[in-house]
Ligand binder design. Structure first.
Ligand code: PLP
Length: 349
C-alpha cells in the first residue's frame, strides 16, 4: 500500500482533528539499515535509522509536517524559526506546500551550505543575525509573542508529536524494541520525542519494553552534560551547536527514566564515525548524525554496552547538507593526464 506520510499514517497517535490538513511530502518510512561494520566492531546488532532519507534530508520533516498543518488549521499565514539549518530547510519546503510564508533567522556564518540553499530556493524570508543560535531563538520567541506568526522550532509541541513517530517505525521495522537508542542531542527535541514515542507505543500495548536512551552532545556544545549553559558553543557538527537546549529537562528525564545517559563525544570522534559510516556502510550522513555512532562506539569501549545488545543509531540528516565538511575531510581527487596509462599506473594494475 502507498505510504501516506506521517500525519495520516499515525493519526491515531497524533493531535489531529477533522480540520487538520494533511500537509505532506510523504515523509517518514525511512530505512532501518543493519550496520555490518559497527556490529562487527562492537559484537552487537547495530542498526542505522537513516533519517537523511526524508524529503528535505533530515528528521525535521516528521515534526514539521504536523507543525505546519496545525499552523494552517489555526489560520496562520506565516511561520518563523531560528535554525542551525535543517529546521529552516524543512519549514521552508512545508510552508510552500501549505501555501504560507516562512521566516528564517539564522546565526551568522554558522549554517551548512546545503541547508541554506534549500531555504533560499523555497523562497523563505531569510535573515542572518549577528548572534548565535540561542540568541536567534530568543528573537523568534519574541516575534511569536508579538506578531501572528507561528513558531516552528521544537518548542512547538507539534514538532515533538510528529517526531515521536520515528520510535514507532523503529519498533515496527525491527519487530522488537532495541536495547539502546543512540541519538545526537542539540536542542534535545528529538531525544524527547523518541522517548515519548516509545512510551506511548508501550501504553498502547504495541511493545512490552523500552530502550535505554543514550544521547550524545559534542564536546564544545555539551551544556546538559556539563550542567550549565555554554555561551559560545563550538563544534564541526553544526546541527548540534547549541548552548542552551530548549528541551533540556525533558532530555535529562529521558536519559534518567530509561536508565540511559547523555554524554560527550569529541569532534574528532564525530568525524571518525562520519567517515566510517560513509566508507564502510555506504551511507552519507552529516557530521551531527555521526555523533550517535561515535557515542555508541565510545560507550561500548567503556564497557557500558554489553555485547549482543541491539542498538539503533539515528542518522539524523543527509551528508549532502554539509558538502564543505565532506570535502575538507576527504582526500582530493588526483589531477592526472587523460590517458589510460596514467590511471592504471596510479591504480597499481
Ligand atoms: C536538528 C538536528 C539535530 C539535533 O536534534 P535536536 O532535536 O535539536 O536535539 C541533530 N542532527 C541533525 C542533522 C539535525 O538536523
Amino acid at each position: 500500500m502507498r505510504w501516506k506520510g506521517v500525519i495520516e499514517e499515525y493519526k491515531e497517535y497524533l493531535p489531529v482533528t477533522n480540520k487538520t490538513p494533511f500537509v505532506t511530502f510523504y515523509e517518514g518510512n525511512t530505512p532501518l539499515i543493519e550496520s555490518r561494520h559497527v556490529s562487527r566492531l562492537t559484537n552487537c546488532k547495530v542498526y542505522l535509522k537513516y533519517e537523511g532519507a526524508n524529503p528535505t534530508g533530515s528528521f525535521k520533516d516528521r515534526g514539521m509536517c504536523l507543525a505546519i498543518a496545525k499552523a494552517v488549521e489555526k489560520g496562520r499565514q506565516a511561520v518563523i524559526c531560528a535554525s542551525t539549518g535543517n529546521t529552516s530547510a524543512s519549514a521552508a519546503a512545508y510552508a510552500v506546500r501549505a501555501g504560507i510564508d516562512c521566516i528564517v533567522i539564522i546565526p551568522k556564518g554558522k549554517i551548512a551550505l546545503g541547508k541554506l540553499s534549500q531555504a533560499i530556493m523555497h523562497g523563505a524570508k531569510v535573515f542572518e543575525v549577528d548572534g548565535n543560535f540561542d540568541e536567534a531563538l530568543n528573537l523568534v520567541r519574541e516575534m511569536g509573542e508579538k506578531y501572528p506568526v507561528e513558531i516552528v522550532n521544537s518548542i512547538n509541541p507539534f514538532r515533538i508529536e510528529g517526531q515521536k513517530t520515528g520510535a514507532f517505525e523503529v519498533c515496527n521495522q525491527l519487530g522488537a524494541v532495541p536495547d539502546f537508542h543512540a541519538i545526537p542531542v542539540g536542542n534535545a527535541g528529538n531525544i524527547t520525542a523518541y522517548w515519548k514515542g516509545y512510551n506511548e507505543y508501550k501504553a498502547a500495548g504495541k511493545i512490552n519494553s523500552l530502550p535505554k536512551m543514550i544521547g550524545f552532545q559534542a564536546e564544545g556544545a555539551a551544556p546538559i552534560v556539563l550542567g550549565h549553559l555554554v555561551k559560545n558553543p563550538e563544534t564541526v557538527a553544526t546541527a548540534i551547536r547549541i548552548g542552551n537546549p530548549a528541551s533540556w529537562k525533558q532530555a535529562e528525564a529521558a536519559a534518567r527514566d530509561s536508565g540511559g545517559s547523555i554524554s560527550i563525544v569529541t569532534d574528532q570522534e564525530i568525524l571518525d564515525a562520519y567517515k566510517v559510516i560513509a566508507a564502510k556502510e555506504g551511507i552519507f550522513c552529516e557530521p551531527a548524525s555521526a555523533a550517535s555512532v561515535a557515542g555508541t562506539l565510545k560507550l561500548h569501549k567503556a564497557g557500558k554496552i554489553p555485547e549482543g545488545s541491539t542498538i539503533v543509531c539515528v542518522l539524523t540528516g543527509h551528508g549532502l547538507k554539509d558538502p564543505d565538511t565532506a570535502i575538507k575531510q576527504g582526500t582530493k581527487p588526483a589531477l592526472v593526464p587523460c590517458k589510460i596509462t596514467e590511471i592504471v599506473k596510479r591504480l597499481g594494475y
